[in-house]
Write a protein that binds this ligand. Structure first.
Ligand SMILES: Cc1cc2nc3c(=O)[nH]c(=O)nc-3n(C[C@H](O)[C@H](O)[C@H](O)COP(=O)(O)OP(=O)(O)OC[C@H]3O[C@@H](n4cnc5c(N)ncnc54)[C@H](O)[C@@H]3O)c2cc1C
Length: 378
């Protein structure tokens, strides 16, 4: 049992999404917020991620998701600056940009398609010859046929970001209960009245489910969230091998300021197993080597895996639950939870405090997973 018996808002899950929402609620004036985390803050997918903020790189068309993702990326500069002011932690927002390589004819066709759609829409992208790409990043493969440069698709050091957010919510007076599992929502006549944890109940009229890939284990939640495992290899490149994120259709390299070089990733349906595998690591290294043969000489300093939370249509689940008053979802961020954190915090806190659901959220409503829903996302 614990001392806390009630709160204005309970946030379930202490990953990047739960932490960002708890902070945003506090900044909007909610006084009594309780963040409940089963294990330790920021220890799951948000810790495992590569920190890329790339709405443009993989976009095939414009649409609701693209709009949301670009808005969130563009909020990062002020998000990072505010966290630095609040906590003194530099989240290493690196604005060098991303180089997307074409390493065979099919890749070249794909990047040219992407280029023309984004140019038509006035987005920041440049089509580079192989020589121009190599002038920017001499380490890239001699098989490079061409590349796109996305100057606004950038990266953040997600582990530093988690530390900054944990410090921020602490400074702001959010109650944080770690080592506490939310087992069930408590619902009376279609209204939320509290949450039941393994250490006792907490009464509240509002709760946000931000429990990542484990969201569906909480009794009375409805969207089905599944784990998609992603493995990463951490190399060490001192001096740095590349300044840009270097991306291909099969893999990526993300250079950190301290010389770590992340190589990713896999996308696997492996249940809740978070181990790395020989097959996964070997595939990642093969794809990284295709991008830059120079990785062959680098030491491997770490490997890990995390579970991306995926909804049935692969899009996030954001907003109020129409069946249970007081319940909000912020889950299913799949491959883009770091990217989508600022906009998720802003819009979910607005929906709770102002009672206004932004039109930006409408396409991602949990309602689309209710039986007979006609909601759809572009
Ligand atoms: C290898 C890899 C690379 C990635 N790279 C990127 C990237 O470059 N850019 C990007 O934007 N995204 C990336 N992602 C995706 C990103 O990591 C996720 O979308 C994001 O972390 C989801 O955040 P979250 O807070 O919802 O989930 P999590 O970080 O998993 O947090 C959920 C938290 O809820 C807690 N919890 C669960 N159930 C309960 C309960 N019942 N009670 C209390 N607490 C509970 C968990 O312990 C956990 O701490 C990557 C993911 C992986 C695995």
């Amino acid at each position: 049992m614990f001392d806390k018996h009630s709160a204005d808002v309970v946030v379930v899950g202490g990953g990047i999404i739960g932490l960002t929402i708890a902070r945003a609620l506090r900044l909007r004036g909610v006084r009594d917020i309780c963040l409940i985390e089963r294990a330790a803050l920021g220890s799951e997918a948000s810790f495992a991620a590569a920190g890329m903020l790339l709405p443009q790189v993989e976009a095939a068309t414009k649409g609701d998701f693209f709009t949301l993702a670009c808005r969130s990326r563009d909020a990062y500069a002020s998000f990072a600056a505010a966290l630095h002011d609040e906590t003194g932690i530099d989240v290493e927002l690196d604005t060098t940009g991303t180089l997307y390589l074409a390493l065979n004819d099919e890749d070249q066709e794909e990047i040219e398609k992407g280029y023309y759609f984004q140019r038509r829409d006035g987005l920041a992208v440049e089509l580079l010859s192989a020589a121009a790409a190599r002038a920017l990043e001499p380490c890239i493969s001699s098989s490079t046929l061409g590349a796109l440069l996305f100057p606004r698709d950038i990266q953040v050091e997600n582990r530093r970001l988690l530390s900054a957010l944990a410090n921020s919510v602490n400074n702001l007076g959010v109650t944080v209960l770690t080592g506490t599992n939310v087992e069930s929502l408590i619902v009376e006549r279609n209204c939320l009245t509290g949450v039941q944890t393994n250490r006792g109940a907490i009464s509240c009229a509002t709760a946000v489910v931000a429990a990542g890939t484990w969201s569906s284990f909480i009794k009375h939640t409805h969207p089905r969230i599944e784990p998609i495992r992603g493995q990463l290899v951490c190399l060490e490149a001192k001096p740095r091998l590349t300044r840009h994120i270097v991306f291909s259709r099969r893999g990526y390299l993300v250079p950190r300021r301290d010389g770590r070089l992340l190589a990713g990733s896999t996308s696997e349906e492996a249940g809740f197993a978070k181990n790395v595998t020989a097959g996964g690591i070997s595939k990642i290294l093969q794809n990284a080597h295709e991008i830059s043969p120079a990785i062959s000489d680098l030491p491997i300093v770490d490997t890990w895996a995390g579970l991306r939370p995926r909804s049935p249509d692969g899009l996030p689940v954001l907003g109020p639950c129409v069946e249970i008053n007081g319940l909000f979802y912020a889950t299913g961020h799949y491959r883009n939870g770091i990217l989508l954190a600022p906009i998720t915090g802003e819009l979910i806190s607005e929906a709770i405090v102002e009672g206004v659901t932004s039109p930006l959220l409408a396409p991602f409503s949990p309602e689309r997973f209710l039986p007979n829903s006609v909601a759809s996302v572009e």
